[in-house]
Write a protein that binds this ligand. Structure first.
Ligand code: ADP
Ligand code: GLC
Length: 492
C-alpha cells in the first residue's frame, strides 16, 4: 500500500509529546512490513534532518497560501520524509503550535490548513509527487483534520477510486483545532459543509471535527479511550458525533519504539540492564540521584514523573500526595514543562524537601530515558489519557507505574493486587489525591518485599509493547477505509 502519514510532529526531528514518538515508530513498522510510507511534516525552524535530499517540488501559491515546496528526504528504515517548506508559515521561533511565549501562533488555521491541503493533494491525481499517489492518507490529530474534508471534496469531481481513502487518528480529543467560523472562507470549505453536519462546533470551526466527519475511518490510540470518548464524561463535546460514527471508530493501542526504548540497548543510558541483570538499573538510580542533586541513598524508594505539566496529567494530584510520599521516606524526581503555576508549585515543593524532591523544568530526551531507568516507580495519575507512552516505557525499564484508571492506562497496566501473578503496576481505585496516596503506599510496601517486587518488574519487562500487532490493526483499518471510501459522513 502507498501510505501518506501526515503529522505535525515526528521524533527525533520535532516532538512535543507522544504523537512525535508514534509518528516515527508506526511508519517505520509499516515500512518494515513492505509498505511504501511517506511522512508529510512541516519544515519548522531549527529542524535537523539528515538523509538523501531529493529535488524540491514547487507547490504554487493557491487561495490564501503562499508558494511552498515539498522536499523529499530519504531517511533511515526506508522512509521518505516529505518536508513541507513554507518559510512564511513555519520558519519562526517557538514550537509547532505555540510561539516562544506559549501563545498559539495567530495563523494556525492557515499553517495547518496547508498541511491538510497538501496531504489531500498527495492522495489525488493532482499529486505534487510525480508518479506517486497515496492509497491511504493517514491524518493525525486536529492539525491534519482538514485533509479528510479536502479529499472528500476532491472526490466529488473524480471517480470514487481515483482518490485515496482517509484515516484520522485522534491522539487527544482535548485539542480540537478551534478557529473562528469565518476561517471557513479562507480555508475554502464548501458552504454546505459549514453547518453542524460539517465543520461547525459551538459557533466555531473545528479542524478535528472536519476530520471526524469526513474521514473514511477513525482510530484512536487505545480501545478503552475509544469507548470513553463516546460518553459525555470523556467525549469533550464530541461524544455525540463519535457515537454517530461508531461503526467507523477503532481503538488501537500504541506501541513503543523498541529500537529506542530498550534498557538492554539504550545508548542514552550510562549503564544498560535487562531481565536477570539488573545491576545497571541500580547504577542508573545512583546516577539519576546525583544528577538531580538528591542524596544517593539506595534505601530510599525513588518515584518519578516525566510529563507535560498540565491538568490532564494530574500533576496537582502529585503535589497533593507529596506530603504522604515524603512521609514514607521516599524521593521524587520530576522532569517536565508546561503550565507556569504547576512549574512554580513543583519548584516550591523541591525547596521544601531538598533531600527528597528534585525538579528539572524543560524538555530533555536523554534525561527522560535516565529517569525511566533510574526510578523505582513511575507516577501517572492522569485525569484522562488517550494512550500514554510513559507507563509502557517504565514497564519496559523495570519501573512499575502507578496509574489512574482511565484510557490507555487501563489497557496497558495490570494491577498487582488484582492479579499478583501477572501484575505489572498499580492502578488507582479512583482519580483523586487520596487514591494516588493509597497506591503510593501500596507500592512503598511492596518495594520492601524484594522478591515480590522483582516479580513485578520482570512481568513488566517481559511485556511485548512493540508495534508489530498494532501496525497490523492499522493495516486492517486501512483496508476497511478503502472498501468503504466515501460511503458515509455528511451529505456530499
Ligand atoms: P502526551 O503525548 O500526552 O504528552 P505520552 O505519554 O503519550 O503523553 O508521551 C509523552 C512523550 O513525551 C514521552 O516520550 C515522554 O518521555 C516525552 N516527554 C514528556 N515530557 C518530557 C520532557 N519534559 N522531557 C523529555 N521528554 C518528555
Ligand atoms: C496524546 C495523548 C497520549 C498518547 C499520545 C500518542 O498526546 O495525550 O495519551 O499516548 O497522544 O498517541
Amino acid at each position: 500500500m502507498k501510505i501518506l502519514f501526515a503529522t505535525p510532529e515526528c521524533a527525533p526531528y520535532v516532538k512535543t509529546g507522544g504523537l512525535g514518538d508514534v509518528s516515527a515508530a508506526l511508519p517505520a513498522t509499516l515500512a518494515g512490513l513492505g509498505h511504501d510510507v511517506r511522512i508529510l511534516l512541516p519544515a519548522y525552524q531549527g529542524m535537523k534532518v539528515s538523509g538523501e535530499v531529493g529535488d524540491g517540488l514547487d507547490l504554487p501559491a493557491s487561495g490564501p497560501w503562499p508558494a511552498a515546496q515539498l522536499v523529499p528526504v530519504r531517511v533511515e528504515h526506508g522512509i521518505t520524509l516529505l518536508l513541507l517548506a513554507c518559510p512564511g508559515l513555519y520558519q519562526r521561533p517557538g514550537g509547532p503550535y505555540v510561539d516562544a511565549g506559549g501563545r498559539d501562533h495567530p495563523d494556525n488555521a492557515l499553517r495547518f490548513g496547508l498541511l491538510g491541503r497538501v496531504a489531500a493533494r498527495l492522495g489525488t491525481a493532482q499529486t505534487p509527487l510525480p508518479g506517486w499517489t497515496a492509497d491511504i492518507v493517514h491524518a493525525n490529530d486536529w492539525p491534519c483534520g482538514m485533509a479528510p474534508l479536502y479529499l472528500a471534496h476532491e472526490r466529488l469531481a473524480a471517480p470514487r477510486d481515483a482518490t485515496a481513502a482517509s484515516v484520522l487518528t485522534i491522539h487527544n480529543l482535548a485539542f480540537q483545532g478551534l478557529f473562528p467560523l469565518a476561517s471557513a472562507d479562507l480555508l475554502g470549505v464548501p458552504r454546505r459543509w459549514r453547518g453542524i453536519d460539517g465543520v461547525e462546533y459551538w459557533g466555531q470551526l473545528s479542524m478535528l471535527k472536519a476530520g471526524v466527519q469526513f474521514a473514511d475511518a477513525i482510530t484512536t490510540v487505545s480501545p478503552n479511550y475509544a469507548r470513553e470518548i463516546q460518553t459525555p464524561a470523556h467525549g469533550a463535546g464530541f461524544d455525540g458525533i463519535l457515537r454517530a460514527r461508531a461503526a467507523r471508530l477503532h481503538g488501537i493501542l500504541n506501541g513503543i519504539d523498541t529500537r529506542l526504548w530498550d534498557p538492554q540497548q539504550d545508548l542514552l543510558l550510562p549503564f544498560r540492564f535487562g531481565p536477570g541483570r539488573m545491576q545497571g538499573k541500580a547504577q542508573c538510580k545512583a546516577t539519576l540521584q546525583a544528577r538531580m542533586g538528591l542524596p544517593a541513598a539506595s534505601g530510599a524508594m525513588l518515584f518519578a514523573v516525566v510529563s507535560r505539566l498540565t491538568a490532564q496529567k494530574g500533576i496537582d494530584l502529585v503535589l497533593a500526595a507529596l506530603p504522604r510520599l515524603a512521609g514514607t521516606g521516599a524521593q521524587l524526581v520530576v522532569l517536565g514543562q508546561g503550565e507556569p503555576q504547576l512549574q512554580q508549585a513543583l519548584q516550591a515543593a523541591a525547596q521544601r524537601h531538598p533531600q527528597q524532591v528534585a525538579v528539572t523544568l524543560g524538555f530533555d530526551e536523554g534525561l527522560a530515558h535516565l529517569v525511566e531507568a533510574g526510578a523505582d516507580a513511575f507516577l501517572m495519575p492522569s485525569r484522562f489519557e488517550p494512550c500514554g507512552l510513559n507507563q509502557m516505557y517504565s514497564q519496559a525499564y523495570g519501573t512499575p507505574p502507578i496509574v489512574a484508571p482511565v484510557g490507555g492506562l487501563l489497557d496497558s497496566v495490570i494491577d498487582v493486587d488484582a492479579d499478583p501473578a501477572r501484575g505489572t503496576g498499580f492502578v488507582m481505585a479512583g482519580a483523586d489525591a487520596a487514591d494516588l496516596e493509597d497506591a503510593i503506599v501500596r507500592a512503598a510496601r511492596l518495594w520492601r518485599e524484594p522478591q515480590r517486587w522483582r516479580r513485578l518488574q520482570a512481568n513488566g519487562m517481559a511485556r511485548p509493547f512493540g508495534w508489530q500487532d498494532s501496525a497490523q490493526r492499522y493495516l486492517e483499518v486501512y483496508r476497511l477505509a478503502l472498501q468503504e471510501r466515501g460511503g458515509s459522513g455528511p451529505p456530499r
